[in-house]
Design a protein around this ligand. Structure first.
Ligand code: SF4
Length: 490
């Protein structure tokens, strides 16, 4: 809620509906949790592609007038939280260009690890960049492609980038979705009457009344047009690395991502946590909203009743003015308040999905104690987060991740909890179908499936060694298995 990895971006596209831009607006509404800095829509009436984008939430970026200026049966949209490039409207998406292949708009969820190198090379060749996002390199590669058709030029462009991408792209008569060969970020396909829909999470399909059909497969390019849906498999197969954190925290619990119910996976994480890390207690209290599903599972498996012992104020917006330093501890209390009748005189199990810096968790533990808890046991439904992400998620430097720099006992003491336990890595990967071979777990292990530039690694304070297969492995004294046990009691 306050001290978390930041969501990346959300993408949406629809082909073959007379209300395409209005439905895209609604779809972006459902995906708002994936990015709150800017929103944009591009729409095509079959002749001309138009677009509109602005800073802020979806409802701030659009109104009836702006949507009316986006006519047509095809549209794509984007909500952004900047993982690459500054937060400014020039960096908002979709990026729209005119080229030898016709107009082209693109929305991106992910992070291209070779974007810097490709950009430098393009600039050497005379390219002029309008934004400082990684996505713009794809636009240049598309425009320069020697292939005849726009479709072939798109495949040519995206086959030159590496890293995490779920793209939704638009030409005057096609909506094209593409997922990188590792499948880092999700991309679902839905059907609304005769229209095809593509989106980051199925909650966007639910909102517009569309039916979930399947996911875009890792390495697949799907082309929706008046002729129907076409599937291309232009990339060599690669080991799958779907982001397990989508299930842990990012995705909405009412979504299906990677073909699985987020709610079911998250509840299962809680069940496994209770089995691995039991503790005698009177009440299970979730940290809202992030800990709710896991707390349900923890309560179910442990037999300890779950109660909403912390109430969240849903009306604290971005405009909340931080008080002076001297009274800043009110910052958490303005968002969360303990229910004394549930907590007083009880042994409390506090359940959350992750700890990043630990600053907010510490305040919550204090708050629960001051509400009269006799014991506070912290349970986290994923392993300790010890390494930053390079695949489309905003994470702090390694030195700011509390589990990367402190032992479990040090973290427990810092939080002021009576005990602290995390779910094991096996517990996490055992809760998702396909197991560890299908998922990226780099932020828990420091082992990276796709190599990234060393200057970025240096910035994030990683000591890196390339594996023989070209992937990257962090060599440090504080990887999960080497240093951080899963549980400690004070
Ligand atoms: S490093 Fe973590 S957040 Fe990033 S893609 Fe891998 S599992 Fe997801």
């Amino acid at each position: 809620m306050f001290d978390k990895f930041r969501d990346e971006c959300g993408v949406f596209g629809i082909c073959g509906h007379p209300e395409a831009s209005n439905l895209t607006y609604l779809g972006l509404y459902a995906l708002q949790h994936r990015g709150q800095e800017s929103a944009g829509i591009a729409a095509s009436d079959g002749v001309l592609v138009r677009h509109s984008k602005a800073m802020g939430y979806v409802n701030e970026a659009f109104n009836a007038e702006t949507l009316a200026r986006l006519p047509g049966r095809l549209a794509i949209g984007h909500v952004r939280y900047s993982t690459a490039g500054e937060s400014k409207v020039a960096n908002a998406q979709p990026i729209l260009i005119d080229s030898i292949h016709g107009q082209f708009a693109i929305c991106h969820n992910g992070n291209l690890v070779n974007a810097g190198d490709v950009r430098d090379e393009l600039i050497r060749q005379g390219a002029i960049f309008q934004t400082n996002t990684d996505t713009e390199v794809v636009v240049h590669l598309f425009a320069r492609s020697k292939h005849e058709s726009a479709e072939q030029a798109i495949v040519d462009a995206i086959s030159q980038v590496r890293g995490a991408f779920s793209f939704v792209m638009l030409t005057k008569d096609k909506v094209i979705g593409a997922r990188d060969p590792h499948g880092f970020r999700p991309l679902a396909i839905g059907r609304l009457g005769e229209a095809w829909v593509m989106c980051s999470e199925t909650c966007a399909l639910d909102l517009i009344g569309a039916t979930y059909v399947r996911d875009v497969e890792p390495g697949e390019v799907v082309v929706a047009s008046a002729a129907g849906l076409k599937s291309l498999k232009p990339f060599a197969p690669a080991p799958q690395s779907q982001c397990v954190f989508e299930h842990v925290y990012f995705a909405r619990p009412d979504s299906y991502v990677f073909g699985e119910s987020v709610n079911e996976v998250r509840t299962n994480l809680g069940r496994r946590l209770a089995q691995e890390m039991p503790v005698p207690a009177d009440v299970v209290v979730p940290i809202p909203d992030s800990g709710v599903c896991a707390a349900v599972g923890y309560a179910e498996a442990s037999g300890i009743p779950m109660r909403m012992g912390l109430i969240r104020n849903h009306y604290v917006g971005r405009t909340f003015i931080q008080p002076q330093q001297s009274i800043r501890h009110f910052g958490v209390r303005v968002k969360l308040n303990p229910v004394k009748s549930i907590i007083e005189g009880k042994r409390v199990v506090l359940v959350d999905d992750s700890i990043v810096r630990g600053t907010t968790s510490r305040k919550i533990v204090r708050m629960v104690r001051s509400a009269g808890a006799t014991e506070v046991h912290m349970r986290i439904s994923c392993p300790p987060t010890v390494s930053p992400c390079f695949y489309g998620v905003d994470t702090p430097r390694r030195s700011e991740l509390i589990a990367a720099t402190h032992t479990l006992e040090e973290i427990r003491k810092y939080l002021g909890a009576d005990s602290l336990s995390y779910l094991s890595l096996d517990g996490l990967t055992g809760a998702v179908s396909g197991g560890p071979s299908k998922y990226c777990t780099s932020c828990y292990t420091g082992v990276y499936p796709v190599a990234f530039p060393r200057d970025e690694a240096a910035y994030l304070q990683l000591a890196l060694k390339l594996n023989t297969d070209g992937s990257t492995q962090e060599r440090s004294e504080s990887t999960v298995s080497a240093r951080v046990p899963n549980s400690v009691a004070g």
